[in-house]
Design a protein around this ligand. Structure first.
Ligand SMILES: [Fe+2]
Length: 361
């Protein structure tokens, strides 16, 4: 068994400001990689720049990361890193900016490499040091080495074949204060999918399941909030962020499975948010799973049975406006891909996959 998660996690209110000296250990000139708006709105950008200023660290900003960032955006970010002579990267935001920041950190350390190398696998994993400041509660990217980018030439998303772990992550639930409930729900379902998928991976072991199952325990504490039964409070925000990071620690060991693979055309073709797209297949995936693991997950999550779980998911997700074409594309992409079909401890086969895609959600 092996557990590798080399990121220092600092979790707590105002942790960016409290531990600003952590940035000094990364370098002297930072490139802040973020989305167009939200980091400025939720206070994370100001916290980071105040901390950098306090440490006397120069910084510039690359605030052009779109939802589901593209290879092209990463290459622009690399140019920004080189022009500004940044020697480390700070990623702020949800999965999109954090994943883009990792890929930019990689490419900035390989200034002569072309965009093809991002998926070509011909580079070593050397990258500029990176700090991560997550502002949503789903990606877990702060605790993984994975970066998922959009590949327009293939009309889908995919992980780059390099592992770039942040050196340090600052996890502060306060950045969720102004997040719309729809974003919290969608990202919370993404974290739940990471937990469930990771649990059943061939690479799963007692260490990765420790992270997955404890993540589920922490996640479950805020179920009433997700169901709209009470208002969200600071402890819930902390729980949801922590659960997302624990789920990230789990998938950092195991990778993800069929629901993630099926979700990519739904997001690429229809713009359905990642968590919602993954959640669409999650009930069917759990249904297909072996009983022993299924019951451990359901009981840890406080569900009496599978149909209660599916009803809960439906309530959280609301309507997911899928199309036959996007479902078909997912099915066709996954059905003969051994990386997806043979990565779990159970095999669903074509018929089982068909049920997950078309029937069991
Ligand atoms: Fe995900």
């Amino acid at each position: 068994m092996r557990f590798f998660m080399p990121t220092e996690l600092l979790d707590g209110e105002n942790c960016v400001g409290k531990y600003s000296e952590k940035f000094s250990a990364l370098g002297k000139k930072a490139l802040i990689v973020t989305g167009k708006k939200s980091a400025r709105e939720n206070g994370s950008f100001e916290d980071v720049t105040t901390a950098l200023d306090k440490q006397g660290i120069a910084w510039t900003e690359f605030a052009e990361v779109e939802e589901n960032p593209s290879v092209e955006t990463v290459m622009k970010g690399r140019d920004a890193a080189i022009q500004s002579e940044a020697d480390f990267i700070v990623g702020i935001g949800g999965g999109s900016p954090l994943d883009a920041a990792k890929a930019i950190a990689l490419m900035a350390a390989h200034p002569d490499a072309g965009a093809d190398s991002l998926y070509g696998g011909d580079l070593d994993s050397e990258a500029l040091p990176m700090a991560a400041v997550p502002t949503t509660c789903g990606t877990g990217s702060e605790a993984t080495g994975v970066a998922v980018l959009t590949r327009h030439e293939l009309k889908t998303k995919g992980s780059i074949p390099y592992r770039i772990f942040p050196k340090v992550a600052f996890i502060d639930g306060k950045y969720l204060v102004d997040a719309p409930m729809s974003l919290i729900l969608s990202t919370a379902v993404d974290a739940l999918a990471h937990i469930i998928e990771s649990y059943f991976m061939l690479k799963a072991d007692d260490y990765s399941r420790m992270a997955a199952l404890h993540g589920l325990k922490v996640w479950t504490r805020s179920k009433p909030v997700l169901l709209g039964e009470r208002y969200i409070n600071a402890q819930d925000r902390k729980n949801l962020m922590c659960a997302s990071t624990l789920a990230g620690m789990a998938i950092a060991q195991t990778g993800t499975s069929i629901p993630h693979a099926l979700s990519y055309p739904l997001t690429y073709d229809l713009g359905i948010p990642h968590g919602k797209a993954v959640g669409y297949f999650l009930g069917g995936f759990l249904e297909a799973a072996p009983d022993e693991g299924k019951w451990e997950l359901l009981s840890t999550g406080g569900f009496r049975n599978l149909s209660e779980f599916k009803g809960f998911l439906k309530k959280l997700l609301g309507e997911v406006a899928v199309t036959e074409e996007a479902l078909n594309r997912g099915y066709e992409m996954v059905k003969d891909d051994p990386k997806r079909m043979e990565c779990s401890i159970f095999q669903v086969g074509h018929e089982g996959l068909r049920k997950i895609v078309y029937e069991h959600n």
